[in-house]
Write a protein that binds this ligand. Structure first.
Ligand code: GLU
Length: 453
């Protein structure tokens, strides 16, 4: 049974990078008929905000990414306490007393020597007496997880292939602050175990976290922490996606500010975002596929490339227009101007880049319109058109066929003055579909007005 999760921290709005991670995890779960969990990573009480939690839910709803379960880290502190106790008992957690400044000095020294800044485990060498002295001074410890240096950490990444880390090249991560609060590293592994997560798919900025977390998972399994029924019994499958970059190929600030609000305001359809993000960075072509079940069916981590995926807002606009042209009436109905029916939507939709523009086009139907000035010759022609108009199955086809015969006009001189007289524009909706929308008497009036009659 596949279980995936999307684990945002509610410290801001979702941006396009988060949306992509959410989508891919949702797709993995839906493809397998599995479970998709929304996990709110809110252990950072100071930076987490309830309005962001609500915005995350609202954004996922707007995107149509439904989740089967919602979990919150702030409601699971007892489990983290239990995991901490288990790891501590197993000798995998140790107290540290360095201040932020001391650590910063160590970091600068390493940097100055051209060495990677890896925590030197000085706290591990403290004697009981030295620790007691620190605590007597009133220094509360923060806690690190003791990495096992014995063997390399390896996994078969669903996107990056075989990954290998030398744990000695990693710092023992701080997992708990001196005030008792939790950092991301351990709670995430605890949750993945408790919630039976089978696949962890996230950005490649988490690759080295995965190396550390594999050791945390393994230590928790060894400590019998995962004994309960719903717990994962083995490591999840990991996959890390290349990051999303802007059109110029750089990690851009702009992407961080692009979220559902901006998209919605611009008239971008959720389906356009889904169609783009589902395949961006994969070897599958980005296409205006409005049916997301087709995207889900074809989703395959094996098609993901290692190069950063370029997010281009112009691509999104193009895709949006192509998606709008396919949207069924029922999907857009409540966003259309009053009176616009299914036939109206079908006539007008091919002209729209955004659904919101339907109102402008609908005004062509309801009128009034302003037509351009016509030559005497065209006025006479339009007068003839007003007289020749008959209302049947296909009024436009009949009208143009008749006028072609009676006036000898064809091509542009035949069609353009009619279009201009009936819509006020040189280009626009398919006239065959548009004319019935105006109705017979309005159409005749427009032709007569244009003819100057
Ligand atoms: N809260 C973490 C983040 O937003 C979750 C990472 C993960 O998927 O484990 O980066």
């Amino acid at each position: 049974m596949t279980t995936t999760r999307f684990a945002p921290s509610p410290t801001g709005r979702l941006h396009v990078g988060n949306i992509r991670t959410a989508l891919h995890n949702w797709m993995l779960a839906r493809q397998a008929g599995g479970t998709f969990i929304l996990r709110i990573d809110d252990t950072d009480a100071e930076r987490s905000r309830e309005d962001y939690v609500e915005a995350i839910r609202a954004d996922l709803a707007w995107l149509g990414l439904d989740f089967d379960r919602e979990e919150r880290q702030s409601a699971r502190l007892d489990r983290y306490e239990a995991a901490f106790a288990a790891l501590h008992a197993a000798g995998r957690i140790y107290p540290c007393y360095e201040s932020a400044q001391e650590l910063e000095v160590k970091r600068k020294i390493a940097l100055g020597r051209g060495l990677p800044s890896i925590y030197d485990r000085a706290a591990l060498k403290l004697t009981d007496a030295e620790r007691a002295a620190k605590e007597a001074e009133g220094i509360a410890p923060h806690w690190r997880f003791l990495l096992d240096h014995a063997e390399p950490i390896t996994w078969d990444d669903g996107i990056r292939g075989t990954q290998k880390f030398d744990p000695a090249q990693l710092s023992d991560p701080v997992i708990r602050r001196a005030d008792g609060s939790w950092l991301y590293m351990m709670p995430s592994a605890v949750d993945d175990i408790d919630m039976g997560v089978t696949q962890v798919l996230r950005g490649e900025d988490h690759v080295s976290n995965t190396a550390v977390q594999i050791q945390i998972f393994t230590a928790l399994f060894a400590a019998n922490f995962a004994a309960h029924e719903s717990a994962a019994k083995s490591l999840p499958a990991f996959a890390h996606e290349a990051l999303l970059v802007g059109r110029e190929g750089k990690l851009s600030k702009r992407l961080g500010s692009l979220g559902c609000d901006v998209f919605r305001e611009r008239g971008i359809e959720p389906e356009a975002i889904i169609a783009l993000l589902a395949r961006l960075g994969t070897s599958q072509p980005v296409e205006p596929i409005a049916d997301r079940s087709a995207l889900v069916a074809g989703f395959d981590l094996g098609t993901f490339g290692r190069a950063p995926a370029k997010f281009d807002e112009e691509d999104l606009e193009r895709l949006n227009a192509a998606i709008v042209h396919q949207l069924p009436f029922a999907t857009v109905q409540d966003r259309l101007p009053q009176g616009m029916d299914e036939a109206g939507w079908h006539a007008i939709r091919p002209n729209l880049a955004h659904v919101g523009e339907a109102a402008d086009w609908w005004r062509l139907v309801t009128g009034p319109i302003t037509h351009p000035a016509f030559s005497d010759e065209d006025r006479a022609f339009l007068g003839e058109a007003a007289a020749a108009l008959v209302w049947g199955e296909d009024p436009w086809g009949t009208l143009t066929a008749t006028l072609k015969q009676t006036t000898g006009r064809k091509g542009k001189p035949l069609f353009l003055p009619l279009r201009q007289a009936l819509t006020g524009l040189d280009h626009g909706p398919d006239m065959g579909e548009f004319l019935p929308l105006i109705g017979e008497s309005e159409a005749r009036t427009r032709l007569q007005v244009a003819a100057g009659a």
